[in-house]
Design a protein around this ligand. Structure first.
Ligand code: ATP
Ligand code: MN
Length: 263
């Protein structure tokens, strides 16, 4: 056998080995759903990320939402990752996304077909997580985004996500509330962003500290919806913590503090 042929064969064997590693154990999904999530192009993206050494293993599903599924993955070094895959087939997704993309100066010249919009949506979440992390807001650290696949730090342990505030009330609600106020202010002032869908569902509690996540809809502070989204975020956070007995700061006061105007 020639050297070329041997190399070819060995490359093929390596690829088969890699493909075998790409076993996706998603017991909650029926065949149709599996094919919906892992269409050919999504499989190629994951395959390439494996070849590039970004992920080594992809395990079970952590969460199966309407618009995205989140999987548990690992690096070669055993570091846990969250792999969020946006469903390119999610039809009414498009309507909802539009208003958050329009008005976002970072995504001015994007194509408007459904696929491109979903890729932009994933890109937007990546950029938002990046800006938030840079502003020292505790979020899952983003690793990479490619088409409809976003990889980030896994919040939790051994494939089990940290509980959301909805699932587990904090033992120290005052402290967590204060941390959230600081995060929202940093996100606005340093990160130039408003979360836009903040509530007890999109805040995890990990090692006693809140972690903000699910940021695809987050918008720059210059966005026409920013003010009303910020008021809604603040009201949601206040409602949750006041039910736990925390003496919350009135929305208008905290709004002024966050945006940096004198009360
Ligand atoms: P939903 O429609 O339920 O809001 P979504 O499509 O907006 O879902 P997310 O809210 O980002 O997706 O994530 C859904 C769930 O997946 C979370 O509640 C959490 O349990 C899990 N999850 C998401 N990101 C991570 C992460 N980085 N680490 C660990 N678990 C995560
Ligand atoms: Mn969510």
């Amino acid at each position: 056998m020639s050297r070329k042929a041997r190399e070819r064969l060995s490359r093929r064997e390596n690829n088969v080995e890699r493909r075998d590693k790409m076993l996706i154990h998603d017991f909650s999904a029926d065949r149709a759903t599996m094919e919906e999530v892992f269409d050919k192009s999504t499989l190629m993206v994951i395959y390439n990320l494996m070849n590039a050494g970004v992920i080594d293993e992809l395990h079970g599903v952590v969460s199966a939402g309407k618009e995205a599924r989140v999987y548990w993955g690992k690096t070669k070094e055993g570091k846990e990752l969250a792999v969020k895959i946006y469903l390119t087939s999610s039809a009414d997704f498009k309507k909802g996304m539009q208003k958050y993309i329009e008005g976002d100066f970072r995504f001015k010249s994007v194509k408007r077909d459904t696929r491109s919009l979903i890729f932009t949506w994933a890109q937007k979440e990546f950029r938002n997580l990046e800006q938030a992390a840079k502003a020292k807001v505790r979020v899952p650290k983003p690793v990479i985004v490619k088409n409809n696949v976003l990889i980030m730090e896994f919040i939790g342990e051994n494939g089990e996500s940290a509980p959301s505030l909805k699932e587990q009330s904090p033992d120290n609600p005052e402290k967590v509330y204060k941390a959230m106020l600081i995060y929202m202010e940093r996100l606005y002032r340093k990160g130039d962003l408003v979360h836009g869908d903040l509530s007890e569902y999109n805040i995890m509690l990990w090692k006693g500290q809140p972690v903000m996540f699910d940021m695809s809809q987050s918008v720059p502070t210059s966005h026409p919806l920013a003010a009303s989204l910020l008021r809604r975020d603040l009201a949601n956070v206040n409602r949750f913590f006041s039910r736990l007995g925390v003496k919350v700061v009135p929305v208008e006061d905290v709004y002024k503090k966050v945006v940096g105007k004198d009360v």
